[in-house]
Ligand binder design. Structure first.
Ligand code: NAD
Length: 393
């Protein structure tokens, strides 16, 4: 099988799907790897390094001629570049990458219409044997780290307590909203910087994890008994719940120097946790980094992709922090995607093994159809069996 690494076309995307170190294991498995010239340059990986690892370097046309394409961003995650890429794809070609299928089912239909076999890495199930393929965790981990550094640099004060001959500086108060993968790394990073850290999550199960990192868990007077899905994600709650949550959080936010928010519900807009009113009550100079900006944001003042200053409070809405540290995020992504590809090859790719949970859950489209039930629902399509019956009758 010929596998290609395409150069990312999304604006300011600096990551690459495979780094040179990930090439050799694939070549040893009998895979021929072609890398589009310059694909790794922005992440610090030169064409020569890929050549030395056993890949060939080719043009974009060479890359798109391969049997299987690997990308960081494709389909719904590919932005405007997707239109150009999509029309190059051919029937039966395999496409693997972050595709944001739940938020952009229309792009998945375009891929399906081209007859492409599309695998979306966001859909890798959160099970132990798939941990090494979990791109969401890899990227969220780095984003959580980076968000705290951004906040610390924008803050007009230092983060740790300092006792000096010129007086004592108190530690900055840091609040992390949402203690999933990004939030837990943000807590760990803020603790390492010496901040006074507290964290809140709607899932009470994370309390112990927050405390084990040395942070205080914020408890609100809310019934959170039904807040978690069996998959470990947060459930969408009612508007009354969110209103009470915002009101209680507002009092805590007013005391904080840094707020990093990471709260998300898969496939939905991010819940609003920080209102305009809460921002107006923060001290001037305080900083909010809203990691949920790509999903609309957890803060009402967030402008996705921009930094705004509201009443002296800096509100940052980064939408692609993983791309700011492309060397390491590419390294992690490459490990995830190559482990995933090896897994599919072991199962017989290009044949598909739908008994396997990882293959089945990540497969979005094949044979001209969206075949994934979650994405069919998001696209407003009937379940496949129902569609078949409709056609037959
Ligand atoms: P995510 O990005 O979907 O959400 C981030 C956090 O926001 C979550 O912790 C969620 O509970 C929280 N949140 C949502 N609504 C909120 C609200 N209104 N107020 C406060 N917090 C709110 O989550 P994620 O980081 O992708 O992780 C989701 C789950 O998956 C976690 O339980 C994590 O431990 C688990 N996980 C498991 C594996 C594995 O077993 N392989 C791998 C990674 C993550």
């Amino acid at each position: 099988m010929k596998v290609a690494v395409v150069k990312e076309s999304y604006p300011e995307e600096r990551r690459v799907a495979l780094v040179p170190a990930a090439i050799k294991p694939l070549v040893n498995k009998g895979v021929e790897v072609v890398v589009e010239s310059g694909a790794g340059a922005a992440a610090g990986f030169a064409d020569d390094a890929y050549r030395e690892a056993g890949a060939t370097i080719g043009t974009r046309n060479d890359a798109f001629a391969a049997d299987c394409l690997l990308a960081v961003r494709t389909c719904g995650a590919g932005g405007e570049g997707w239109a150009g890429d999509c029309c190059r794809l051919r029937e039966g070609q395999i496409l693997i990458g972050s595709a944001d299928p739940l938020s952009h089912p229309a792009a998945c239909r375009e891929a399906a219409d081209r007859g492409v076999t599309l695998f979306a890495l966001e859909l890798v199930p959160r099970i132990t044997r798939a941990q090494s393929m979990d791109v969401l965790s890899s990227m969220a981990n780095i984003a959580g780290y980076r968000a705290v550094l951004l906040a610390a640099t924008a803050l007009p004060r230092v983060v740790p307590m300092m006792t000096t001959a010129a007086g004592t500086i108190t530690a900055a108060k840091v609040l992390i909203l949402g203690a999933g993968v990004a939030g837990l790394q943000a807590i760990a990073t803020a603790k390492r910087l010496g901040g006074q850290v507290q964290a809140y999550d709607v899932r009470p199960a994370v309390k112990e994890q927050v405390q084990s990192l040395g942070a205080k868990f914020v408890e609100l007077d809310l019934d959170t008994g039904s807040s978690e899905t069996t998959g470990g994600y947060a459930k969408a709650m009612g508007e009354d719940f969110y209103a009470r949550q915002r009101e209680q959080l507002g009092r805590i936010i007013a005391e904080c120097d840094i707020v990093v928010s990471t709260a998300a519900i898969p496939g939905r807009a991010a819940p609003i946790l920080v209102t305009h009113d809460a921002v107006s009550k923060m001290r001037p100079g305080s900083v909010i980094v809203d990691l949920a900006a790509e999903r609309g944001g957890n803060c009402e003042a967030t402008v996705p992709g921009e930094t705004v200053v509201v009443n002296g409070v800096t509100v940052m809405g980064p939408t692609n922090l993983a791309s700011d540290v492309p060397f390491h995020t590419s390294q992690l992504y490459a490990r995830n995607v190559s482990t995933y590809l090896m897994h599919l090859l072991d199962l017989g790719l290009p044949e598909l093994s739908l008994e396997d949970e990882i293959c089945r859950d990540t497969l979005v489209a094949r044979g001209g159809e969206i075949v994934n039930p979650r994405i069919r629902e998001a696209a407003g399509l009937p379940p496949l069996e129902a569609a078949a019956t409709d056609t037959a009758s």
